[in-house]
Design a protein. Structure first.
Lengths: 196, 196
């Protein structure tokens, strides 16, 4: 069965790929608005790991809706959730038998409820799989240590193909880069560089 | 890392074992009250599949509490949930680094909430993993068809090492076997006979 996995090049979505690869024909799919070229890094990592790779173009209007929401809220959670739901809808509408993402049990964002999962499956005739949703933070960290080589650094330096990078770029463009820390708290990002 | 997986010999817990085997040293653990010898079938299946196997003895008082609850409710769900929580506590107290079960996203019973999972992990210093909790019913069925050989039949004929069999045996002993259909609706059970 052909499975498309939303892929950022980060540790969670890479670990999800390893968990699924014996059971599905996995294609790593980086969803992006065409605002930055960070998707290229995810594509290089996918190639290094030996997975098929594809870009999924998202509707740029959704990025602007997300940024409006982030400005209104003062924090990014709901905006990122909005983009993730759009990405899952677009991926479900593509030609895969099953779709997946790297959401974990302990994630606050993005989340996909059981009802949302069922709705995606029923409307699009695909299986939606969240292989890490049964793993807590510590379990994921231990599996990452055992199986992946990663680079860790602050969000602004690590080039990762997650939605945050493109939303930050819109804010920097429209409000100036000094506006970014108002909405996005400093945090460490990881980028996968190989499999152990 | 050593992982103990609650194992009934059914398709869900067997599929959970296959999902985890590349990432953990998996031991299949059949929890039982010593009321029936159905655990032997799970042990044989575990050996056929090449997994280590262990019995985990449960407190027989919990079986009687569960049966009391089932009589009171008129349906088995809460009684089975009570036994599953006891089994997870006992497994978490054993000498594994991680514990797991075969609960699926769409299961109504047993269920383990995120708060219960976190509490188990914090109190016992283990990781609790539910590898099928990110898979819906259809996805599980398709993986089972692709990877497992199974026998299907009515609950009273399929000898499976789940809690239901031992609770049914207590009810048959105390109330007569004609009492069983009052509490346990007819349903198909599966027993795994091999890996494809």
């Amino acid at each position: 069965m052909e499975l498309g996995l939303l892929y950022s090049g980060g540790k969670d979505s890479t670990l999800a790929a390893l968990l699924l690869e014996d059971f599905y024909d996995v294609t790593l799919v980086t969803a992006q608005f065409g605002i930055t070229d960070d998707w290229e890094h995810a594509g290089e990592t996918a190639a290094d790991l030996g997975f098929d790779f594809r870009r999924l173009e998202l509707d740029r209007a959704v990025a602007h809706e997300a940024v409006d929401r982030i400005r209104e809220d003062g924090f990014p959670r709901n905006g990122i959730q909005h983009v993730h739901q759009h990405a899952l809808e677009e991926l479900a509408a593509a030609d895969f038998d099953a779709i997946a993402d790297g959401t974990r049990r302990d994630d606050r964002v993005p989340t996909v409820s059981r009802a949302q999962a069922q709705s995606l499956e029923d409307r699009h005739g695909v299986d939606y799989i969240a292989p890490l949703s049964g793993f807590g933070r510590n379990a994921v960290d231990r599996l990452v240590d055992a199986h992946l080589e990663v680079t860790v650094g602050p969000s602004e330096e690590i080039r990762r193909a997650d939605y945050e990078a493109e939303l930050r770029a819109i804010i920097a463009d429209e409000d100036g880069s000094e506006a970014i820390p108002e909405y996005f708290p400093d945090h460490e990002q990881t980028y996968v560089t190989g499999i152990r």
